[in-house]
Design a protein. Structure first.
Length: 287
């Protein structure tokens, strides 16, 4: 069973119902730093201040560890239940992603299937669930890849990272091979160190290339992802790479994953920003 991140719906209700001052007070009481420095344009009105807070909240939340995220989200949710109408709207929003607030605690709904809200259809193989993304990487790049995994997971994507997926006593080489073949997308994380390193990471790339050759022409399956400025290995150059370190890098990666999900009949969970934009009626400049 897959539970989506409750943060987006919680903060979405907060932004929909609260003034900019109430939002700041609620965030501060929940333990989020709120010393936001706004430009004159951002400070113009309650609405522009809300937009500015929205823009700054994403990176703050992503930087938290899992336990801090849960605690902060729970604290905000508890403050929102002081209004009966808001409490009902909050619980409806939480239910959609497989959570509920009970006696001041965020709990998972054991009988719900939030994965069904992520998937709008089935893969040709008949499997269901979130988009499965294998993160091929060098051990030296593990810190950056962990951050990527964390960000993907908040959107309802199921990222495969060896240190979390492998169990003690398993044949790790066999399990990794199975995971590559079972994934919808393989993201090959590249750095100056990884492209020159020998070892199993090169075997993972070879396995991904073999599976990519089996896919129909035009399928987005293998995505070279540059963690820093580096050369793309020759055998990966036929696929368009993404510079994760650039300002719009993650957005470009997500667009590719979204396209792959659509091709499979799946739907990615909206990002927190998209959820809040929907609540506030804000449209991005590209729409």
């Amino acid at each position: 069973m897959t539970w989506l991140d409750p943060w987006g719906p919680i903060v979405g209700v907060l932004f929909e119902d609260g003034s900019s001052d109430f939002i700041l007070t609620t965030l501060a009481r929940a333990g989020i730093p709120t010393h936001f420095e706004l430009t004159e344009e951002e400070s113009y009105s309650h609405r522009t201040r809300k937009r500015a807070y929205l823009k700054r909240l994403g990176p703050i939340y992503t930087a938290f560890d899992d336990s801090t995220r849960h605690r902060v989200a729970e604290n905000i949710a508890k403050q929102l239940t002081k209004s009966e109408a808001t409490a009902q709207r909050l619980n409806d929003a939480l239910r959609d992603v497989g959570w509920a607030l009970r006696q001041g605690k965020l709990v998972r709904l054991a009988e719900s299937r939030p994965a069904d809200s992520v998937t709008a259809g089935r893969e040709p193989s008949g499997s269901t669930g979130p988009l499965r993304v294998f993160l091929c990487h060098s051990s030296a790049d593990k810190p950056d890849v962990r951050e990527l995994q964390k960000r993907l997971r908040t959107e309802g994507i199921d990222p495969w990272l060896d240190e979390e997926k492998l169990l003690a006593g398993q044949d790790w080489e066999m399990e990794i091979t199975k995971a590559v073949r079972a994934s919808h997308v393989v993201v090959v994380c590249l750095s100056r160190g990884s492209i020159t390193k020998e070892g199993f990471v090169q075997k993972e790339i070879k396995q991904a290339l073999d599976v990519a050759d089996e896919k129909p022409q035009g399928t987005i399956f293998l995505i070279p992802l540059k963690l820093e400025e580096c050369e793309v290995p020759e055998r990966l150059r036929r696929w368009q790479f993404v510079n994760l370190f650039e300002e719009k890098g993650y957005e470009r990666l997500r667009q590719a994953l979204q396209r792959r999900a659509i091709d499979l009949g799946l739907t990615l969970h909206p990002t927190m920003t998209e959820i809040l934009q929907d609540f506030l009626g804000i449209r991005s400049p590209d729409s």
